[in-house]
Design a binder for this molecule. Sequence first.
Ligand SMILES: [Fe+2]
Length: 160
Amino acid sequence: MAKLDPIAEFREDHRKVRDALLELASAALAGDLIKARGILGQIDTAVGPHFRYEEETLYPAMREFLGDYVDSLIGEHDGAIDTAKTAARVLSQSSLSKEEGQVVAKAARELLVHVSNCDGLNILAERFSPEKLDELGERFAQSRAKGVPLLRWADTIRKR
Ligand SMILES: [Fe+2]
């Protein structure tokens, strides 16, 4: 499998998801259920391989720098998954009230903070050896090739 640059692609994922979350918040506040549902679907697809790469490969490697703090990163993922589930539940309904639109927008903003925090790990990843970065790039590509969406991964493969 072709290797990818794990630092550049990590950031690229965050950019895509950042933009999608901002759009999701706007669509939800505008009461556009169909658009919001579509965007959440895109986020689910994009974020699944990313979270999976983080938990299966990047976070274990980060123990080199962060030690046990890595456990709280996994805990943050629990929160992000719950937040995504809340948004998915609200958007699976046949209509969207103003209050529900606000719930989804709040969820999108919480996830946005997670994206912003997560991007900070790149400053640490720059300290990995070239060999380690090669390995990370290979694993990241594998996770993308498997392509399991976030909520399906969380309910089936992820063991928590
Ligand atoms: Fe991330």
